[in-house]
Design a protein around this ligand. Structure first.
Ligand code: SAH
Ligand code: SF4
Ligand code: F3S
Length: 483
């Protein structure tokens, strides 16, 4: 039922190409013709608003959606209610991510009543859940287009179908092994860009919905990745963030195989690229080869996001993380031995089913031992269909809340101390923007991901300059430029 294609095929009067991406470019042309008509009728170009609600991988997908909308002739609009086409790229990793989507839809419904020609689309991870699509079909009839994660490359085709149709268009695939290259994208930043290296996840951590909504692991070919990064460099991009749910298992299924460490070495050779970041690394797959490549690299940032999730070996086992507390700590020791100034960040889940006070103390112990630069902390959220959702002994909310607050307190006090260690040093900063609150300042990022504000102007955006870190304000620095 979830492969239904609700297309009005008669709307297409000349045969579109079969192969990709040619087919999508054909549909972008068809959309352009539609846009020209809109313009004639309304005396203005239609406006589109892309709302990203998920992780960095979703953010990158949203840039691809925006690229296709631009190619089709749409102008960008930031306010949902003012747009002629609104698309929500959804996340479903935790319950509150879903609630936000329904909230947005509720708020948009009056705008659609006023302007019935407005089109509302939903895509992304949440759409891969059959009960979500059922609910939308039943209670949100004003939604015009629904598609999932596996066929996002078909957006131009789906957009055209939606523009020509008066019915709700639904196209959800269960899985795919296809990767379509060379589609347009509209980057949010001129000087940095995310680059997908792989899609999907095979790890099935017992709490996590991602493998169900993103499908099996698929790596892009190294040549395709390098070609994209060379193009980005030629376009002025200085920093790339390589994206995958588990970048450490990159390339294992490729023919011939190519390790993530080898890929990094090839990217390092690209002129113009000055910084390389990546996420996320699964501790179980982080190789000695990768540590060695990081150690000798001039471009890979001295920062690693290494989600621990829990400090208790028992909980880790039930999370299906496939490492113990001791193995994690040993990995951290090895990393620090090879790269003493490496900054470490993490993700932690509090209140996994069956988590006892002792288990939680183990998590606090890891936090104290590793001394993270920062950590994202999450209250466990039950995701229907995952093994953890069926586990007994769900921890009472008030207990979880107390643990969560204790953990946050510990992390904040440690990270304030860890972040302050650079005070007085002169370090390279990649300038990202003019400061939001004070236009005499610019804001940039250290190699270790910390933010720095210092006097400067717009001209500096996208360049790397040396800055003296004068004062640490907890999670950011105030500094002055050094010539
Ligand atoms: N692939 C990445 C994580 C992607 S999801 C990794 O393995 O590290 C980002 C984070 O969301 C996870 O690291 C985890 O901490 C959190 N998360 C995932 N599922 C969750 C759930 N059901 N409840 C609470 N937090 C969750
Ligand atoms: Fe989820 Fe685990 Fe895959 Fe990360 S590695 S996306 S937490 S299943
Ligand atoms: Fe969310 Fe999908 Fe990313 S569920 S965290 S947007 S992969």
């Amino acid at each position: 039922m979830y492969n239904e294609m609700d297309f009005d095929k008669s709307a297409l009067n000349s045969a579109p190409p079969i192969e990709e991406p040619a087919r999508q470019y054909y549909y972008m042309e068809r959309c352009r013709a539609w846009v020209r008509n809109f313009q004639k009728e309304k005396g203005r170009a239609p406006k589109a608003c892309v709302i990203n609600m998920g992780c960095q991988m979703n953010a990158r997908d949203s840039e691809k959606l925006a690229g296709i909308l631009k190619q089709a002739g749409y102008e960008e609009e930031e306010r949902e209610a003012q747009a002629d086409f609104v698309i929500y790229n959804t996340c479903t990793v935790r319950e509150n991510a879903n609630m936000r989507v329904y909230g947005h839809l509720g708020q948009l419904s009056p705008a659609k009543k006023k302007r019935p020609y407005m089109k509302i689309a939903l895509c992304g991870c949440m759409m891969q859940e059959p009960e979500v699509v059922e609910k939308l079909k039943k209670s949100y009839r004003f939604v015009d287009l629904i598609f999932g994660t596996h066929n996002i490359y078909k957006f131009a085709e789906l957009l055209y179908t939606c523009l020509e149709s008066k019915r709700m268009v639904i196209d959800i695939w269960k899985d795919t092994d296809k990767i379509v290259e060379d589609l347009p994208s509209e980057r949010k930043y001129s000087f940095k860009s995310g680059v997908n290296v792989m899609f999907g996840c095979n790890n099935f951590c017992s709490y996590c919905i991602v493998p169900y909504v993103r499908g099996r692991e698929r790596s892009r070919k190294p040549e395709a990745i390098l070609k994209e990064i060379r193009r980005l460099a030629a376009d002025g991009v200085a920093e790339v963030m390589l994206l995958g749910q588990n970048v450490n298992s990159y390339g294992k299924t490729l023919e011939p195989p190519c390790s993530f460490a080898k890929l990094l070495q090839k990217i390092e050779e690209i002129d113009g690229i000055k910084r390389i970041r990546f996420m996320t690394s699964h501790p179980k797959d982080l190789s000695d080869e990768l540590i060695d490549v990081m150690k000798h690299s001039r471009k890979i940032c001295r920062h690693l996001h290494l989600p621990v999730q829990s400090g208790s070996t028992e909980i880790l086992k039930r999370m299906n993380r496939r490492y113990t507390k001791e193995q994690y700590l040993e990995l951290v020791r090895k990393l620090r031995e090879a790269i003493p100034d490496i900054s470490l960040t993490t993700d932690i889940i509090v209140g996994f089913p069956g988590e006892t006070e002792e288990d939680f103390e183990e998590t606090l112990d890891v936090v104290r031992k590793v001394r993270y630069d920062s950590a994202f902390t999450f209250i466990y959220s039950k995701r229907t269909g995952t093994p953890a959702a069926a586990m007994e002994e769900q921890v009472p909310q008030e207990v979880v809340k107390k643990r969560f607050d204790r953990l946050l307190c510990e992390i904040q006090s440690i990270s304030a101390q860890v972040c302050a260690v650079h005070t007085g040093k002169v370090m390279p900063v990649l300038v990202e923007s003019v400061n939001d609150h004070d236009s005499s300042l610019v804001t940039g990022r250290l190699d270790n991901n910390l933010l720095v504000h210092f006097p400067g102007d717009e001209e500096l955006i996208g360049t790397i300059v040396n800055v003296k870190l004068e004062e640490c304000k907890g999670f950011y620095y105030l500094g002055t430029r050094k010539f």
